[in-house]
Ligand binder design. Sequence first.
Ligand code: SF4
Length: 449
Amino acid sequence: MNGKVMPSVAIHQEGRPSHPGSRGVRVALYTFGCRLNQAETAVIEQSFRRSGYQVVDIGEPADVVVINTCTVTENGDADTRRLIHRVVRKNPETRIALIGCQAQVQRDKLLQMPNVHWVVGNADKMDFLSILQQGLPEEPVVRVSTIPRTSFTIPVAGIDPRHTRANLKIQDGCDFFCSFCEIPFARGRARSREFEDILREARQLVAAGHHELVLTGINIGTYADNGRTITDVITALMEIPDLWRLRISSIEPTTIPDDILNLMRQESKLCRHLHVPLQSGSNRILQQMKRKYRAEEFAQFIRSVSQKVPGICLGTDVIVGFPGETDEDFAETYRLLKELPLAYFHVFRYSRRDHAPSRHYHPPVDWHTIRRRSRQLRELSARKRRLYYQQFIGRWETVLFEQQKGDAWTGLTDTYIRVKVQSKRRLHNQLLPVRLNRIDGQTMIGTLP
Ligand code: SF4
């Protein structure tokens, strides 16, 4: 372990005051897991830039590598280990900071890993800049505090120069305690961001050129701040003049107010896209999972949304191999997903988590069965996506362009269809009408007027 203290000479970058200790220090950041983690990393990265640190890509030599971890599945744990080994192999001098969900629930395990100088849980990770500014410790610094239940603010805007869309964090934590999920332990209980603070960051993100914002959180439908709900947040955000689009990320099925659907059908700035986790189509398994609905209620909800908001893109999550999931349970899930007007689903293999009550459930489903079931669902999802796309052939939709590859540009419709067009013009961050002509895998090929 290197016990040196960071150099303490101030520099100025991008016209902002730098902090003593930031001079020439190269920091790389990497995010595992969900959109919320991405939103938080963007904020932490901005705080480094504003303080004069040099932010570099993860493959480049760095003095400090900050890894924002995820603990939703065992894969998340293995991914962190692999990344650490890759970083250390390339640069044995790098100091590593492990922050976020894994740090919150597995600090002792993480401290065994090479080059780890900081383990910082979710309560403290947004302050990682000030922890780093205290210099390099002789011993690893561990900050894993109890996560407060109060509402919160985020002082720095997560402007993300690499992406067109920006994530906007409005909520954190969860009180639902689904039996398979470690989130209430890793991220604490549900709490909301102060309403005005959300608007302030949103205005800054839009002014910086992010014309599409994605609302993120763990259980955003439970947003509550001084009587304000998620509908109030959406309505206020839609007033921002240069905001073109507002997208809701994952939202629990029992928490979606009708007002949101009405806004979507009015062709407002609110994208016609909802990602509503189902997890299982078997009532027996849903009950074991401690989900808050039965399969028929979920089905009725999805059907009514698809009628109320024509063309809406509805996606879902599903877990295969939950303990005790029989062939019949799986068949019910498969049937339900097949019948419902869903455009795609994300399939997760059940993962036993140390803090989740389901770790005691039996019998485990064998690995081959989990693999077969998840393959079947992935194939079904690909067919459903194609079916969903077909209704758009020949139609004009607006696309917000993001990336260029050769002469081709890609972007998204509000209904989350990735569209590719040929153009020699620079289309980055432009919202343009496109005629959708055909399907090519998970993309639609279109033409500009
Ligand atoms: S709703 Fe359930 S699955 Fe989602 S974060 Fe909360 S406890 Fe986890």
